[in-house]
Every structure is written in structure tokens, then in C-alpha cells.
Design a protein around this ligand. Sequence first.
Ligand code: HEC
Length: 498
Amino acid sequence: MMIRKEPLLILAVSLLIPAFLQANPDPETEALYQQHCASCHGSDRLGGMGPALLPDNLSRLKKPQAVDAIGDGRPATQMPAFAGILEPESITALADYIYRPPASTPTWGQAEILDSHLLPHPHGTLPDEPVYQADMMNLFLVVEIGDHHVTLLDGDEMEPIHRFASRYALHGGPKYSPDGRYVYFGSRDGWITKYDLYNLKVVAEVRAGINMRNIAVSADGNYVMAANYLPHTLVMFDATNLELMDIIPVENDAGDSSRVSAVYAAPPRDSFIAALKDIPEAWEITVEDGEPGIRRMQTDTWLDDFFFDPGYDHLIGAARDGKHGLVINLDTGKTVADLPLPGMPHLGSGITWEHQGRRVMATPHFRTGAVSIIDMDNWEVIKTLETEGPGFFMRSHENSRYAWVDVFFGPNRDKVHVIDKQTLEIVKTLQPAPGKVAAHVEFDRYGEKLLLSVWDKDGAVIVYDADTLEKEKRIPMNKPSGKYNVWNKINYEEGTSH
Ligand code: HEC
């Protein structure tokens, strides 16, 4: 029999040290936090009026930026500047403190979710006619992460209709109801907001978790599924008023739990598909009589970031080593192809089109300046296009001859490439605002015009003619991260992600 000493030792030591000192080697900083920060960020750092301050939630903020945020505050927000109140050492200590895991793993279960539920306008209490004139199918939502707002744009006139505050740090694309009347937003801190685009009002809100990746809405519009990093759960809601239906713990047979990287709706299958971060499985969730049934597919390796073929017969997942993509048949659960994609593909932004009578897909890469174009019949890479740096988003539209890919990382991040979908060549490289990141394109419902983001506090969306590639208009925006056209999203247009 093998004797494992360490756990016993830890147990013995932990019995001798009072609980609050164990995971908290720095009671002074803890006290400073409770005195100056807890009122807004929560005594447990789970957030409140201000965002959650936990390591996972802060993964996009570098520590020196956190030091600046604490010292200088955030202008035009409630976040005060502490430079005159606290010593520089205390500010650094507080920055260290918020990147440390909390003493005990915070819980977010049934009681917390039910408690968080807000229902300002229950379903059926608002009028069924839009309060403004526009083609409701050609609306765009623009998420402005610079100051946590959303702008509603008229896609015919390319004019803003309304601008409203969102929850802190929206994450993952907003999802429309199948009729396009409602939109569901997910925030990094776990909030789901259901918004009525006819009445320009929030219908319902609920907090599904502490650190959430994204949400998906079922093809029939009946359910909303949330994918959490913390806790390790998938959470299902009735889409009508965001009432909690089920909390699904995410773990394998051995009891190892996993973060959920993302959840997707798979309309032809009437199911959801979930990508798991820490166990080599992909899950398919089918709801019957309000009960989620889970089918677990074991995969050869950990897969992140999925893409699906148009019929949802296959999923293409990026292997965690960043060197290849695996194609999995969703009916058999078997791996049918292994694609050499050596630069960490961003499959979540992949798109497909018809090329010489065959369907191809294309994906940018996070680590190399390349776009891979893959034949979806035989899963062979038919072309690797060299770009001026790693990219993040790729977009097109069925009616457009061009696909657009940004150069999101590196010195050329102010450029975007335009690819001819038939010759598979880059035909133009644009630099919309020199020195400022150019990213994320979305087409209007007709594929005639497109919007490109200048990803800057003093940024904009720029309207281009999709055919002549001429600039038509500049609409100022505060770090417009993503744009979402109602028609393209609810019809699962081939040139945009879902
Ligand atoms: C009066 C409320 C309030 C207090 C007190 C407060 N904060 Fe904040 N804090 C906020 C708000 C609101 C934001 C979000 C600001 C924004 O929109 O960018 C924020 C943002 C932050 C951020 C940036 C988080 C991110 O994800 O970008 C950090 C770090 C932070 N606060 C740390 C602290 C610390 C440490 C303290 C205590 C010394 C503190 N805050 C006290 C309200 C507060």
C-alpha cells in the first residue's frame, strides 16, 4: 500500500493555524481591502457595484494596469483614485492581493442564482410594436467595451438609434431570439441580460456564475445556456423571464471537474454543444420536457474553441497544444481528421463559403500571420495565406466576393486584409486609422455594406461599401469590440460566427 504523506502533513498544519491566516498570508492588505474596496467589489471579491476582482476575472488586465486603475481610478466611473489615500506600497500590495485565489472557493449555486434574479418587465407586459421606425431585420448592435455600453444601429441608414449601459465587461457575442425581437447579453462576471429591442428596455437579468465565458440560445428560442469558468457549471434558464431551470455540474466519471470554455447552439440537432477546458470531452446537451440530457464525447486531447460545418455534422476543435485541429463526427463522437494548424487557430471566428463547387472553411491564427483555408469534404488544407500578423476575426457574407481578416496582434494591428473568395488571394490591405487597432468586420443583411471597428477609446465603426471597398462613413464609438447584425445572426449566415 502506498502511503501519501503530504495531505496528512497539510491537514496537521492546517489544524494549528486559524482559518483566516491560511490562504491569506497578508492580513494587513486584507484589512485594507475590506476598508477601502469591499463596499463596491464585495467582501468576498465577487463583485457588487464594481466588477469581481478574482484572478480569472482579471486575466485580461495586466498587473501594472491594475496598479494604475487603483492609483488613478477610472475617470467617468465610480472607481475612485487611491493615490492620495494609500501609500504606493499598499496599492501594489492590493494589486497583488486581487490576483491571489481567495481563501475558500466561492460558491455560486441555486440560492445565489435565485437571489440575483431581476425582472423589471416580465414577458407580456410591454407592447408588441417597435417604438421606432427601422428595418428590424437589418439592425446592428455594437458592443462598446470602452465604457460598457451598447449602441443600436439602423443598418439601412447606418445611424445610431439608441445607446444604453450594459453590465460590466460583456463577453462572448450577444445572442438574438429566433424572431429577432430580444437579445441576450452575457458578461464576464456572470450576468445575463435579456433586452427587448422593440421597447428598448431590459426585460430580465440573472447572475449565472462568478466568471462566465458565454451564453447560447436554443434554436427554438426556449432556453438560455450559460458556460462558466467559475464555478464549474453549465446553467440553464427558461428564456422567457430567465428563470433558473437547471445547474449542471461539469465533471467526468472520475469526479474531476472542468471549466467550460464555451457553449454553442446547434440548430439542426436541436441541441447545445459545450467545449470543456480541463477534461478531454465535448458535451452535447439536448433538452427534453425541460430536462437537460447530456451526451459526453471523449476526445483524444483537450479541445478549445469550436467551429461547426453548416449541417452541424462535425465539430472542428483547436487542440490545446496550438498545433492542430481535430474534426469530430458529432453522431459517432469519433475523430475523423487531424488538421495541421500550427499557429493556434481561432476557430471560433472561422467562416465558410463555396469555392469551385466545394465548401471551404477559413480560420485566422492567434500565433502566426496566416489564414488556413480547408476543404470541408476531405479536410485538407488547400491554402495557407500569409498575412502581416496574427489575426483574431474573419468575416464575410454569402453575397460578397470578399472575406475580411484583421491583423489583431503585432506591429501591423492597424491593418486589415481583404481576400478574394475565388482566387484565394489577398487583393487589398487597408489601414483605416493608422496607429489604431482595426478589427472585427460585420456585414449588413444584404452583404452590401460592412462595419469595421477602430478598437480604441477614441474609436469608431467605419462603414465600407462591400464591393468597391470605399469608405462611406465614420461613426464615433468607445472601443467597439463587436457588431452583430440581426438578420445574419438569426439566419446563421455563412460569413459570420454564431
Ligand atoms: C465606489 C466604488 C468603488 C470602490 C470603493 C473601489 N472600486 Fe474599483 N472599481 C469600481 C468600478 C465601478 C470599476 C469599473 C470601472 C470601469 O468601468 O472601468 C472598478 C474597477 C476596478 C479595477 C479594474 C478592474 C478591471 O477588470 O478592469 C480594479 C483593479 C479595481 N477597481 C480595484 C479596486 C481596489 C483595489 C479598490 C480598493 C482600494 C477599489 N477598486 C475600490 C468601483 C469601486
